[in-house]
Write a protein that binds this ligand. Structure first.
Ligand SMILES: CC(C)(COP(=O)(O)OP(=O)(O)OC[C@H]1O[C@@H](n2cnc3c(N)ncnc32)[C@H](O)[C@@H]1OP(=O)(O)O)[C@@H](O)C(=O)NCCC(=O)NCCS
Length: 177
């Protein structure tokens, strides 16, 4: 009886996504924090609440971006990134794209925006940590020319009890001054 529902859902998603053109990037603001927390909980076993994201965003040097659909200002963000830059050294605190919007270039757009901002302020390096098994993220960072500079064995614990290493990746932006 409900055989048509997936088609309705797919058609409405395509209309939303394609009918409104390319996503655009805006600054992450306080009004986005609850939606960002929702996205975070979709992706991570230990999600950060809107308040926790707000505390991080309020710290010195913190900034973030959201990806949105044009023409739909009230719609939830497709993804967001939160980063911090202090004295020329920056780090990605978190990046998440909504499950249904992955593999469409949104993660790349968010990271490009971070890199653009860091270039403008002449930061010299960007660091992040990633699970050694996170193939999607590793592919994204490899494309952006991040290099492995460290490893924390057994850093992440998975719900099934397995432990995996955290890789520390670095992207050099300018030659050291
Ligand atoms: C990692 C993440 C942010 C990538 O976002 P995305 O919008 O899907 O990425 P993009 O579409 O911009 O793709 C970037 C590159 O990664 C590749 N990629 C994306 N998902 C992939 C997957 N599941 N497997 C393999 N490669 C993948 C894309 O093909 C693309 O590579 P290409 O330029 O060689 O074609 C997203 O998968 C996500 O939110 N994951 C959950 C949260 C997370 O793990 N965050 C990172 C923590 S360090």
């Amino acid at each position: 009886m409900y055989w048509f529902l997936p088609w309705v859902w797919t058609a409405s998603w395509l209309e939303t996504y394609l009918g409104h053109g390319q996503p655009f990037i805006a600054e992450l603001g306080d009004d986005d924090l609850d939606a960002a927390a929702e996205l975070h909980s979709e992706a991570f076993d230990q999600p950060w609440s809107g308040d926790e994201l707000g505390t991080l965003l309020a710290q010195r040097g913190s900034f973030g971006f959201v990806a949105r659909l044009p023409g739909l200002p009230q719609s939830p963000p497709l993804g967001f990134v939160l980063a911090r830059s202090v004295a020329g050294e920056a780090e990605i605190l978190t990046i998440t794209v909504a499950r249904r919007n992955r593999r469409a270039g949104v993660g790349r757009m968010l990271m490009d925006q971070v890199l653009q901002k860091l270039h403008a302020e002449r930061a010299h390096s960007l660091f992040l940590e990633v699970d050694e098994e996170n193939q999607a993220a590793l592919r994204l960072y490899k494309r952006l020319r991040f290099e492995e500079v460290g490893r924390r064995p057994a850093y992440y614990q998975h719900p099934d009890g397995r432990r995996t290493s955290a890789l520390t990746l670095k992207r050099s932006l300018f030659a050291a001054r």
